[in-house]
Design a protein. Sequence first.
Length: 480
Amino acid sequence: MRTEGEKTYSKMRRQRLVTMASQVLLPSRVSMLGIMLWLLAAAYISSCLNNHVQNQFSLSNPEKSSVQEKKKETSTEEELDNEDLDVFYPTNQWQTLQPGQAVPAGSHVRLNLQTGEREVKLADGEKYQNNLKEQKKGQRLDLNTHGFTSQDLKSALAKFKEGVGAEKEDKARQEEVRRRFRPIEDLKKDFEALNVVIETDLQIMIRLINQFNSSSTTLEEKITALYDLEYYVHQMDNARDLLSFGGLQVVINGLNSTEDLVKEYSAFVLGAAFSSNPKVQVEAIEGGALQKLLVILATDHPLAVKKKVLFALSSLLRHFPYAQQQFLKLGGLQVLRNLVHEKGMEMLAVRVVTLLYDLVTEKMLVETVEHGQDPPPEKVQQYRQVSLMPGLREQGWCSIVSGLLGLPDHDMREKVLRTLGALLAPCRDRYRQDATLSSTLRGLRAEYQELAAQEQRDGEENGYFQEMLGTIDSFIRELR
Ligand SMILES: *[C@@H]1O[C@H](CO)[C@@H](O)[C@H](O)[C@H]1NC(C)=O
Ligand SMILES: *[C@@H]1O[C@H](CO)[C@@H](O)[C@H](O)[C@H]1NC(C)=O
């Protein structure tokens, strides 16, 4: 099962590849090997372009978007022989960009938040107004932009292809290969002349942060910048680089925006950047991210915003006992408790419970490690200071979690059961006396007995429902 973040990530990948024709990316750590891999990729793209780009990018990602599928249906052998790069000439209106289409430099590309598709139009605002006027007068629009032609791009890419042809795997020939390649700066100049931008990941992130931080950008431009940024910060090195020029703080401040969309997408970027990245997590705590995330969760915001904020909070807390301590001090458990009781936020309850489960088991794992693999003493010390269990018991989480067992979904029940098991230490006494819980458990037991029996009749050993039944039985046993 892929998480939501991963799905979006691969969707983003796909879209990035689509616009690749206008933006050739260079790895941030430019090593000789990196350059060669990059040239190989460029040669590959070049051959794709020659074969008409559509559907080729799906090689990098086996999934095909519905747009690509649609295109495939209409594609014929003739179209595949077409040598021309498909360059999309934007007008003053937003139009959907199809996979494989390049856009002239200076075009304005945005993400349509409703459809998830990229849209393009001419960038110049004044021209836009003028064009509108002209259009009303019935005149033809002047679509002549200062962009590159498909021929320019193809010949530039063909140069890469020649170079790669000479490459041998033999290490001794690397010098030779090195001499045959022109310095990367030369290549960059070529591309600049074509208005094709070669940027390192760091440069791209700086550009996106500037776009987001500038007072002159529109809301949709800000959101597009955040959306693009999220793709980059999945890489740990990139997320750390974001610290080097103050980019992380700009995104954290985005949580203070008056626009819900900016809050939502800032949280989206932060969640990706925090993920298993201690250096970024520490900076985020210092930058006040935790308070801001909790304030959003505690106040009136749409579900979409709270969902992403909860995601960012979970990333910030996981594997970071100091943040967990601060979270408890700031009343984080109360905030989450109110959240699961809030009308319209039911679907967040299971995510909250999953977060608590992770925190409880993380702490238990560190505190009860087996011999030979002791974690550093400071770490154990830090986790000891996270007084999670008493907080959970005092604030009524025992019954909140057991109350969620009535959810209709098997997957949700599984998560709740798992959490009930993890909460046994602080909640055992309460659960023993909880009549509602025992009747729910009896009901579930009967339900899964039936489902498990059916599974066995169907010839399935150790099936999902048999496992669920086993989990329920062992929980009931442990309660006694
Ligand atoms: C963001 O904008 C503010 C105010 O305009 C400025 O002071 C700050 O340096 C900018 N930050 C970055 C990282 O560009
Ligand atoms: C940002 O939000 C935090 C908490 O949400 C608040 O304490 C702070 O004053 C806000 N900062 C600005 C600059 O609005």
